[in-house]
Design a protein. Structure first.
Length: 333
């Protein structure tokens, strides 16, 4: 778990417990990730209510009081992950106090793009609904720059991830979201889509659970090395990211981190490749941290072609971009 362009050093969920608004199943309908029948949640087990479904008998685990609504017959995550602890398949640093987390913050800096986009997301979604319900996918910790989402008392947040934390309400695999159609006014998915096997299926699920005109905010790496070890699969150019969200109308899109940050990451990974340990590589890479200040002088088109990551803020649409429009999308941006 290192080097993600947004903060993967996991923090506590600010002052607000996501699940503090009452029992989850009384707030929204949960459905079985395998057969889509309703799910009932008990203290130590959750069950599919369709007696023909395998999860009616086997049930779903409950970790730290949160149901694990994963179809284990069709997921990279195994039931055995959720027998004890928080269910995480890799080590986490929930306090953000470890040396690696602190070095990570120093080298990567803040994420002002996410802060600005979070403000826009909140303004837009509150104009559409009096008390918007927002799903956070990969919300085991607060995404870097997403603090405004958690601090806004007018937003009902539903936090999900593949491990339990104070920021999550339930655990699920985003390829099969355990929610009915049209449940959410917005979806926030930050530094997640590189970690799923099939991002196009995940985005299709996001489209399904969003209401008409619902909002999406996504940040996904582009020029970034492998992080979170075995759980890292995909990267997106700005155009590829736009195509991923082709059933959404674009409100804003662009680079998150520039080529300078990506170059500092490359130096660190080069040092790692030369056999230096993780901590030594991070310490030496700190000598080059000044390079990321060059990002402020980068030209937008060239910076987008070499960005560390990209973002997309959009609105659910009934139509899709045409393949033919993708050349002009690059040339006009
Ligand atoms: Zn079922």
């Amino acid at each position: 778990m290192d080097g993600c362009f947004v903060d993967v050093s996991r923090g506590n969920c600010l002052d607000r417990l996501v699940g503090s608004e009452g029992r989850l199943e009384s707030r929204l309908i949960l459905i079985c990730p395998r057969c889509k029948a309703r799910v009932s949640v008990a203290a130590d087990r959750a069950f599919c209510t369709d007696s023909k479904c395998i999860y009616a008998g086997q049930g779903f685990p409950v970790v730290d009081g949160q149901p694990v609504l994963i179809d284990f017959l069709d997921s990279i995550f195994q039931r055995s992950n959720y027998k004890e602890g928080n269910g995480s398949a890799i080590a986490r640093d929930p306090s953000r106090s470890g040396l690696r987390s602190r070095l990570h913050r120093f080298v990567d800096g803040d994420n002002p793009v996410a802060v600005r986009n979070c403000r826009s997301f909140l303004a837009l979604i509150k104009a559409q609904s009096r008390r918007p319900r927002v799903l956070v996918i990969g919300g085991g910790s607060v995404g870097k720059g997403a603090e405004g989402l958690y601090r806004d008392p007018d937003i009902e947040l539903i936090g999900t991830d593949v491990y339990a934390s104070s920021c999550t309400d339930l655990l699920c695999d985003a390829h099969k979201l355990p929610f009915e159609d049209s449940t959410f006014d917005g979806v926030w998915v930050q530094a997640v889509l590189e970690h799923v096997l099939d991002p196009h299926i995940v985005v299709s699920e996001i489209h399904r659970v969003l209401r008409k005109d619902g909002l999406i905010y996504a940040e996904t790496p582009f020029m970034q090395q492998v992080h979170e070890r075995a759980y890292d699969f995909t990267r997106f150019t700005p155009s590829g990211h736009r195509w991923l969200f082709r059933r959404f109308e674009e409100i804003a899109a662009g680079p998150v981190t520039g080529p300078g940050v990506a170059l500092v990451w490359s130096i660190r990974y080069l040092l790692r490749s030369l056999g230096m340990g993780e901590k030594i590589s991070r310490l030496i890479a700190m000598l080059f941290v000044w390079i990321r200040w060059l990002d402020r002088f980068c030209q937008s088109r060239m910076a987008a072609d070499a960005a560390g990551g990209v973002f997309f803020l959009g609105r659910r649409s009934e139509s899709a971009l045409s393949a033919a429009s993708m050349v002009s999308y690059y040339e006009d941006s």
